[in-house]
Design a protein around this ligand. Structure first.
Ligand code: PLP
Length: 474
């Protein structure tokens, strides 16, 4: 063995679940247990062909084949969680199925109680709200800055956090989304200092930021800035499979880790997919590897290239990482003069076969991902150049529909009380003046238009064009 090969072996990043699953695949057994498709034999042939026999033969849960268990974490799953904790700089990492949604639910269910107040931004994800419906805690809203030209929410200011904490002495947790869906970054370092001054834990919903730990040109991750816990949707930008995420508890966290773990056990499926768990293990190992680091660098360079090209365009503009607030360079929010975001999205999709992350009233969001090549970006640039030089116009019905809720709520009842109250379903046109009984927060971005207990006003109607009926309090 040459020195180079030896060194490469020494550098190989460990992925215990991937290794265990590989071993199970190489040593097949006669199976008389779930899943009943038994290596794909008991399902539709077309599905087996599409997914692949190999993938179906490693589709198993944590009950078999020495693969370890998720609750409590044992064997390769425990080892993989420990490696992830080390990679992300956490005291403890939990692998999540059902996405970061499961992490947010567990934090709310395990750590908050009926009547407690949680200081959180109005544009938080609906999973935080669902968590509060479960626990009975109440949101105290921070209304972030609004970037009206771009039709998006901006950052949460440290001053607004300080003001809330100094005027309300019943806040039991500060829970900030960072970055926003469009990549706007808040000053978590200052917010964390303020939380420590008031002795209140800080949880950061970093669902969109799992790459930050692996490249110094990206913003600093909240765990390094004093947050007590964060969630990461590894499946969004980190390379794991859909639905798989992580919850990290910080080294010096003031949170009760055992309470979070108990809540997770209750919330999780009792048949966790080993494929999803292995994909988390693989994603973490990849991000730590030289190859993964190169992929992140490429994503950043591709984003910069796209932004430079957009700079040359006359009618298409990007939300710049240096427009006065920090942003994550890999999330490129663009708008085109005279076109709604939805119209631009449909031109890209129908005429050029390009699918974007999301579109809102003003613009659309493109992600420069680990897996995108330079030629993907070059194609995108060519298409945007064509749009820039053409005379597309907006379509009336698209203009009338709003997608990014930026409303300040009028609260009439507590969230949980309203959710469990007697309700009736009425035509939307009769709903103005009534109190909402449902969570209306379409994904993406999963940000609330209306929550149980909030007054329905005329302002809500443009966001409700897909609804004919609405549930209100009786
Ligand atoms: C800010 C934020 N938090 C949490 C979530 C939930 O993440 P997941 O889809 O992994 O459950 C999302 C999903 O879009 C999100 O945008």
């Amino acid at each position: 063995m040459t020195n180079v090969t030896k060194n490469n072996k020494a550098l190989k990043v460990k992925a215990p679940i991937v290794e265990a699953l590989k071993l199970a695949y190489e040593n097949p057994t006669y199976q008389f247990h779930i899943p009943g498709h038994t290596k794909g034999n008991g399902t539709l042939t077309d599905f087996k062909k599409l997914i692949g026999a190999k993938a179906l033969s490693v589709d198993t849960t944590d009950e078999f084949d020495n693969l370890g268990t998720l609750h409590p974490a044992t064997g390769p799953i425990k080892e993989a969680q420990e490696l992830a904790a080390k990679a992300f700089g956490a005291k403890k990492t939990f692998f999540l199925l059902n996405g970061s949604t499961a992490g947010n639910l567990a934090i709310a269910m395990g750590l908050t109680k009926k009547g407690q107040r949680i200081l959180t931004n109005r544009n938080c994800h609906r999973s935080i709200l669902t968590g509060m419906i479960i626990s009975g805690a109440e949101p105290l809203w921070l209304v972030p800055k609004r970037f009206d030209d771009w039709g998006i929410w901006g950052n949460v200011t440290p001053e607004s956090v300080e003001e809330a904490l100094s005027t309300h002495n019943d806040i039991s947790m500060v829970w900030i989304t960072n970055p926003t869906y469009e990549g706007v970054v808040s000053d978590i370092k200052s917010i964390s200092k303020i939380c420590k001054k008031y002795n209140v834990p800080l949880v950061v919903d970093e669902a969109h930021a799992c790459l930050w730990n692996f490249n110094k040109h990206l913003p600093t991750p909240a765990l390094q800035l004093g947050a007590d816990a964060v969630v990461h949707s590894l499946h969004k930008t980190g390379g794991s499979m859909s639905q798989s995420s992580m919850l990290h508890i910080a080294e010096n966290s003031m949170l009760d880790v055992a309470a979070v773990e108990k809540a997770l056990k209750l919330l999780h499926t009792t048949s966790p997919s080993l494929i999803l768990l292995a994909s988390l293990d693989a994603a973490r190992a990849n991000l730590e590897s030289q190859k993964g680091k190169r992929q992140i660098e490429r994503a950043i360079q591709n984003a910069k290239y796209l932004r430079r090209e957009i700079e040359q365009m006359e009618h298409i503009h990007d939300l710049k990482p240096d427009f006065g607030y920090m942003t994550d360079v890999t999330k490129i929010f663009i708008r085109a003069d005279g076109l709604s975001g939805k119209r631009l999205e449909s031109i890209l999709e129908i005429e050029f076969g390009i699918e974007v992350e999301s579109a809102s009233d003003a613009g659309l969001l493109l992600l420069s991902n680990l897996g995108n090549t330079r030629s993907d970006m070059e194609y995108l640039v060519k298409c945007l150049q064509k749009i820039d030089k053409s005379h597309y116009s907006d379509i009336y019905y698209m203009e009338n529909k709003k997608h990014m809720p930026m409303l300040t709520p009028i609260i009439k009842m507590s969230l949980r009380e309203a959710f469990y109250s007697e309700k009736e379903t009425i035509p939307k046109d009769l709903a103005v003046g009534r109190i909402s009984a449902e969570v209306i927060a379409e994904c993406p971005p999963g940000i609330a238009v209306l929550l149980p207990g909030e007054l329905i006003t005329e302002e809500h109607l443009p966001y409700l064009t897909d609804y004919d009926f609405i549930e209100v309090i009786k």
